[in-house]
Design a protein around this ligand. Structure first.
Ligand code: ARG
Ligand code: ZN
Length: 855
């Protein structure tokens, strides 16, 4: 059943208070919900509550027990006739947390009880108005066995804790802030606790509690510090402070997503809390800091002001991703952070636009909401917020934020309300800008240059056009903020051009014939730029531009040209000397920003190249990448060697300088591994000497990228060292699943029998199958169809266990239209196998049926 944004109706009832009591038991938990309801429209005569997978034990209206014929409890609803304006319902339900492998609602895994309610999981706990625009004041009483579950946690402040008879214990929590049900959380278990505190700007002392698996609290220290940095940063940059006396974070091993911002009680995937130098890479540290920040920033953008309905998800997610990106940028290399965020848009998000799942950042129809926690809603959503920031400037944007909170604190609102606040605070007309919320797809911005020598005038003709997407055929012109710089002999003017129409011109007077415009600096709008720049011009930008992002971006365009040329000239294509000169320069005199240097020295990944084609030539791309890497290694071996040696002495700590040094050194190593045997001692040496996971994993990845003979023996060594640590073992699973040889099939079947593998654990399943489907294009897209078959078999097995995870993994199969006819046929066959499966989940069905819709 499809839900539409245009069908939105405000709720008929308010729930002023929600008092919950949980009698926790692994397979028979009893939940008693006492709801104080208030009818908002006296014309309404029926109340209809959401509920799924619940066993109703009893229902009281005020104090009287309702007989079975006084209400209607069928399907996913509980309906009853209502004649009073104010009344109380007491609903007793029983649920089975242990059987809940979907990990939505209340579940029991790895010895703890845990909840995930966003988007619509609360209805698996009790009957409720499970929608984000119903805000209620919650209290939660938890009763459980005290020995097994010493910590009984929920939102807000702990107001009571006492032992009961039979070894049970009772804890009661009250959350003073009204909230929608999706922000409810409960956790019960035995943990180690790492405590810290933070004094807010206005003098509130906040206790910071991290609950982690026994023995792991040392690995939460970085996350605790990151939380303090987030709290301070939000005060300084946004003027926003925390509002409760306690902030709790629980790290769990079984979790569908990254983390969840439940009020006062975040639940995190353990992978985004637990890091130490010997078990986690610099990327893991980065992710911990950014996700800790993200969930913390939600306290204002998401919790204090929440979404009216789920179509407005980007209201909180786009804005909060923008905020976490700004936080990360202030903590590390600003340029490299921007590069990574842009890569996500240009690969995953553009791919989503071109897929059957295309949708605007505010979707118009949804079958399963969990399918819309997408790179479009999140990351393109953040780009839309970033464009507002670009148009209004930091001061104007902050004025808009202040007005937004002034108007809407404590409310459930829409994306329009947000844009309206930005508009009103700045007296800036954003009417046309709002189209970004409605229109899906990747706009193409084409630039044509004309130089008028007698008048020394350079004219740029810009035109924009958005190709039709699966969900929408008609597209209109968008507001595009185009940041530019003009490289010229004497001066280099820069500025912002706001394009409003489908075509427009930008004129530069008094410029030389050499003037070269750099457009869309810092990716000032999420569009595909089409230009006719020559290799020479692009390399000039790569060398001369002041802006690091522009330099990197020009090189990206070069690589696309060189890929084209490789495909035209087959194996005869030789990379130009100018590239080797530039690389030589970068290797002998790296920029101050070593991480940026490493990015400039990188051959783009498969995904970057693939996204530049309508029909993806899988093997041509892969062999071109191999050839590029070989040429670089052959031409620059001595420079790579000496750069490697000079930058191999980073201290172990995670900080911007050390991260940059490791990135640069390991970029060199990755090329040196192309030499095969003769690089073996170097690889062994780094593997043996490494005092951190970044350097160890870099060796394994370098071996994988070059099909190095040392790969399997090093992997064996790695497995022996890390048997006991599941988060590290996940890296090992992923590396095996990314092995680009046919041996991967045998290997994956062994991985699935590994004692630490579990179909119930999303991290394990993703480690293997996300890596296989997303990081092993050569084997996944085999022409004998074996890759598609393996993924399909996996999804058929996984869907009944965990539909959310299955629906995420199916993504690469949906884009069958992007491949040649043979692969199309094989992919469609796989999709048909999925769609004909009995009892397929809504999650998987929505995606598969869309993919097969216009076959
Ligand atoms: N709100 C969470 C976050 O962005 C993610 C929750 C995802 N939930 C889901 N059902 N897909 O931090
Ligand atoms: Zn979020």
């Amino acid at each position: 059943s499809v839900k539409r944004l245009s069908d939105y109706q405000p709720p008929d009832f308010a729930i002023d208070r929600t008092d919950l009591t949980f009698e926790l038991d692994v397979d028979k938990t009893v939940v008693t919900a006492v709801l104080e309801l208030r009818r908002l429209d006296p014309q309404v005569s029926e109340l209809c509550l959401d509920g799924q997978q619940l066993q109703l034990l009893s229902l009281h209206y005020n104090d009287s027990l309702m007989a079975d014929d006084q209400f209607d409890c069928r399907g996913h609803q509980l309906r009853l006739k209502v004649s009073e304006n104010n009344f109380r319902l007491t609903i007793k339900t029983q649920i089975n947390p242990q059987a809940n492998t979907a990990l939505e609602g209340l579940y029991f895994a790895n010895g703890s009880f845990c909840t995930q309610c966003e988007a619509e999981g609360f209805r698996r706990i009790t009957y409720y108005l499970d929608r984000p625009d119903v805000l209620s004041v919650f209290s939660t009483t938890i009763i459980a066995d005290a020995a097994h579950f010493p910590y009984l946690l929920s939102n807000g402040n702990k107001v009571e804790e006492r032992p009961l008879s039979n070894g049970q214990k009772l804890v009661c929590w009250q959350d003073p802030f009204p909230k929608p049900s999706y922000l409810f959380a409960l956790v019960a278990g035995d943990f180690d606790l790492l405590r810290g505190e933070y004094l807010t700007r206005s003098g509130r002392l906040v206790g910071l509690d991290f609950f982690v698996e026994k023995g792991q609290s040392g690995k939460a220290a970085f996350a605790l510090d990151a939380l303090k940095r987030s709290m301070q940063w939000d005060e300084q940059r946004f003027g926003l402070e925390y509002d409760l006396d306690r902030y709790m974070v629980v790290a769990v091993d079984f979790f569908n997503m990254g983390a969840m911002e439940n009020k006062g009680l975040n639940v995190f995937n353990s992978k985004y809390v637990l890091v130490s130098q010997d078990t986690a890479t610099d990327t893991d540290f980065f992710n911990v800091e950014s996700i800790i920040g993200h969930e913390y920033f939600h306290n204002w953008t998401g919790n204090r002001v929440t979404c009216r309905d789920w179509f407005q998800l980007s209201l909180k997610e786009g804005l909060t991703v923008f905020r976490d990106q700004e936080f990360s940028r202030d903590m590390g290399s600003a340029t490299v952070n921007r590069i990574h965020a842009v890569q996500v848009i240009r690969t995953a998000q553009f791919a989503e636009d071109a897929s059957p799942m295309a949708h605007p950042i505010r979707p118009q129809q949804v079958m399963e909401m969990n399918n819309f926690y997408t790179v479009t809603v999140y990351d393109k959503g953040a780009e839309v917020i970033r464009m507002l920031h670009t148009l209004l400037g930091e001061a104007g944007f902050q004025a808009g934020m202040r007005l937004y909170f002034q108007r809407h604190d404590g409310q459930a609102v829409t994306c329009d309300d947000f844009v309206q606040a930005m508009q009103d605070a700045n007296h800036y007309d954003l009417t046309a800008f709002r189209l970004w919320y409605q229109q899906s797809g990747t706009p193409e911005l084409t630039v044509q240059r004309h130089y008028d020598a007698p008048n020394q005038r350079l004219t740029l003709r810009l035109s924009q056009q958005t190709p039709a997407t699966a969900d929408q055929s008609d597209k209109a012109a968008l507001v595009l903020p185009v940041r530019y710089q003009l490289l010229d002999t004497t001066c280099s003017p820069s500025g912002l051009f706001v394009m409003q129409k489908s075509s427009d011109t930008l004129v530069f007077d008094g410029v030389s014939a050499q003037a070269l415009p750099v457009l869309l600096e810092d990716f000032s709008a999420p569009v595909r730029l089409k230009h006719d720049y020559t290799e020479q011009e692009l390399l000039r930008i790569a060398k001369e531009a002041a802006n690091g992002f522009a330099r990197w971006d020009a090189l990206q365009s070069c690589w696309l040209l060189w890929l084209q040329q490789t495909m035209e000239q087959a194996s005869d294509f030789v990379l130009p000397d100018a590239l080797f000169e530039l690389y030589q320069q970068l290797l002998s005199q790296p920029l101050d920003d070593k991480a940026l240097t490493a990015e400039l020295l990188k051959v783009p990944d498969y995904g970057v190249f693939a996204e530049s084609f309508q029909q993806i030539p899988v093997h041509a791309i892969l062999s071109a990448i191999d050839s590029f890497r070989q040429q670089i290694c052959q031409r620059l071996a001595p420079e790579l060697q000496s750069c490697y040696q000079q930058h191999s002495a980073a201290a172990v700590d995670y900080n911007e300088a050390n991260v940059g040094l490791r990135a640069l050194k390991n970029r060199c190593l990755d090329y040196l591994a192309v030499q095969g045997q003769s690089s073996e001692s170097l690889l062994q040496q780094q593997y043996g000497a490494a005092n951190n996971m970044t350097d160890k994993l870099a060796v394994l990845k370098a071996c994988l990228n070059s099909s190095h003979p040392a790969f399997l023996s090093l992997m064996q060594q790695f497995a022996n060292e890390w048997q006991h640590d599941v988060l590290v073992l996940d890296k090992w699973f992923s590396l095996h699943a990314a092995n680009p040889t046919i041996a991967v099939f045998e290997q994956i079947s062994l991985l699935c029998q590994h004692p630490k593998f579990s179909w119930q654990n999303p991290n394990r399943v993703r480690a293997v199958f996300h890596a296989f489907a997303m990081q092993n294009p050569g084997q996944f897209h085999r022409l004998d169809g074996r890759g598609y078959q393996l993924l399909t078999d996996t999804l058929l097995k996984l869907d009944p266990i965990n539909p959310q995870v299955a629906a995420r993994l199916v993504t690469p199969l949906l884009s069958w239209q992007r491949f040649d006819s043979k692969r199309q046929a094989l992919m469609k066959e796989a999709l048909h196998r999925l769609s004909s499966q009995q009892g397929i989940s809504d999650d998987l069905y929505e995606k598969v049926s869309k993919a097969l819709a216009n076959e």
